[in-house]
Design a protein around this ligand. Structure first.
Ligand code: FAD
Length: 151
C-alpha cells in the first residue's frame, strides 16, 4: 500500500465548496488532500456569494480575477410564491440601504471553479487526487477514505 496517504485534512468534492475548503485549510497551515474530479467545463450553474464569502476569496487571492466576470447582487427581492389566498407583499431590499454597493456577486461556476482549481494546483500544501471517494469511515482519531483510483 505504498500509495496509501496520511493527511491532516481530507476534503472530498472538487466543486466551489471543496476547492475553497482545501485552500482555506492549506492557508491555515494544514496538509490537505483534496479528492474529486477536475471540472469538465460543462457546469451551467452559477453560485451567489455574499460579501463575507467574497472576503474569503480575497484572502485566498482569487477575487480580483473573478470580479470582471461576475454579476453584482444589488437588489434582493423576497417573493411569497405560495398559492395562499392572502399572500405576503413582495419586499425589495437594496444594498445601498445598508451602505453597501452590493450584497455579493453571482459567479458562473465555469469561471469560479477553474480560478479556484488553478489556486489549488499552485498551492504546495494541497495534494489533489483527481478521483472519487468510493467509501469512507470515521473513527475516534482518523478519517479513512478509499478512492476510485484504488488508493
Ligand atoms: C440550474 C442551477 C442554477 C443555480 N443557480 C444558482 C444561483 O443563481 N445562485 C446560487 O447561489 N446557486 C445556484 N445554484 C447552486 C450552485 O451552483 C451550487 O450550490 C454550487 O455549485 C454548489 O457547490 P458545491 O461545491 O457544494 O457542489 P458542486 O458544485 O455540486 O460540486 C460537488 C463536487 O463534488 C464532486 N463529487 C461528488 N461526489 C464525490 C465523491 N464521492 N468523491 C469526490 N468528489 C465527489 C463532484 O464531482 C463535484 O465536483 C444553481 C444550481 C443549479 C442546478
Amino acid at each position: 500500500m505504498d500509495h496509501q496517504k496520511t493527511a491532516r485534512i481530507l476534503v472530498a468534492g472538487s466543486g466551489p465548496a471543496g476547492l475553497i475548503a482545501a485552500l482555506g485549510f492549506a492557508e491555515a497551515g494544514f496538509a490537505v488532500t483534496l479528492a474529486g474530479p477536475a471540472a469538465n467545463g460543462q457546469d451551467g450553474r452559477t453560485t451567489a456569494l455574499m460579501n463575507p464569502a467574497l472576503k474569503v476569496l480575497e484572502r485566498l487571492g482569487v477575487l480580483a480575477e473573478l470580479k470582471p466576470k461576475a454579476a453584482p447582487l444589488k437588489v434582493m427581492r423576497i417573493v411569497d410564491a405560495t398559492r395562499r389566498l392572502v399572500r405576503s407583499p413582495t419586499v425589495t431590499f437594496r444594498a445601498t440601504e445598508i451602505g453597501e454597493e452590493q450584497f455579493g456577486l453571482n459567479l458562473p461556476n465555469n469561471v469560479l471553479v477553474p480560478a479556484l482549481a488553478r489556486a489549488v494546483a499552485a498551492h504546495a500544501g494541497i495534494e489533489w487526487r483527481k478521483s472519487m471517494v468510493e467509501s469512507w469511515r470515521l473513527d475516534a482519531a482518523h478519517a479513512h477514505a478509499v478512492l476510485a483510483d484504488g488508493s
